[in-house]
Design a binder for this molecule. Structure first.
Ligand SMILES: [Zn+2]
Length: 81
């Protein structure tokens, strides 16, 4: 999990709108940072892009919905609330 948290620094992670969505929380939910502001679940490969095409940060409620969008069989299914 600490290794996963490190991917948030290797790739660019610019989401600053909400302190609760930090690399440690997100990596504990199965996510690693795979591309610029893009997270992917290591188990079910659910992908969440944190910014719009224009580079603006997307609203938190939208992001939470997508972060909870794991496959039903994924061990991380339904953990962020
Ligand atoms: Zn998953």
């Amino acid at each position: 999990m600490v290794e996963r948290a490190k991917t948030f620094q290797i790739f660019k992670w610019h989401y600053r709108s909400n302190d609760e969505l930090n690399p440690y929380l997100l990596s504990s939910q199965g996510y690693e940072c795979v591309d610029l502001n893009t997270l992917e679940c290591i188990v079910c490969h659910n992908k969440v892009l944190f910014t719009t095409e224009e580079g603006n940060e997307r609203p938190l409620d939208e992001l939470l919905k997508e972060l909870n969008n794991h496959e039903a069989s994924c061990e991380y299914h339904g953990q962020i609330g």
